[in-house]
Design a protein around this ligand. Structure first.
Ligand code: C2G
Length: 128
């Protein structure tokens, strides 16, 4: 049973997220998500979430590619999460390329290409 793990806000869920999750899910049998809490997004990433955590959770849970979701509270929980959930492959979009190479001691690390021309920031700007 190959387990894949990724993290994110997945705020204003859009096709860039869907295509990342689809490709990540094809790398294994189960896909685990560390979903950023509203507080971590704001304090840790300086990104204010539009959709609150519990609704982002519900939307993500409805996605066919997702097996399990747990909260991402801070930057330093990834190694523990990889061990706790027996993760084989860690995946992020390539805007993060290199940033998580330190996890290579614990699991495979793969960066997937971002979907162009769509982002939560872009959607926020349109909505404004
Ligand atoms: N993504 C993508 N294409 C886009 C937009 C996003 O492939 N057009 C990917 C990102 O690269 C990321 C995932 O979708 O892998 C989630 O994106 P965000 O919700 O913006 O997550 P982020 O704020 O990058 O959080 O600890 C890691 C952080 O929590 C990552």
């Amino acid at each position: 049973m190959i387990r894949v793990l990724t993290y994110g806000n997945f705020d204003l869920f859009h096709v860039g997220h869907v295509r990342l999750l689809e490709r990540a899910s094809l790398l294994g049998d189960e896909l685990y998500i560390g979903l950023s809490t509203d507080e971590f997004s704001f304090k840790g990433k300086s990104k204010e979430t539009i959709i609150p955590y519990n609704q982002r959770y519900e939307v993500l849970k409805s996605c066919r590619y997702v097996t399990e979701i747990f909260p991402e509270f801070h930057w330093n929980q990834k190694i523990r999460d990889i061990q706790y959930y027996n993760i084989d492959i860690f995946v992020m979009g390539d805007d993060w390329r290199g940033k998580f190479d330190f996890l290579k001691e614990h699991c495979e690390v793969i960066y997937l290409s971002r979907t162009p021309d769509i982002s939560t920031t872009y959607l926020k700007d349109i909505l404004k």
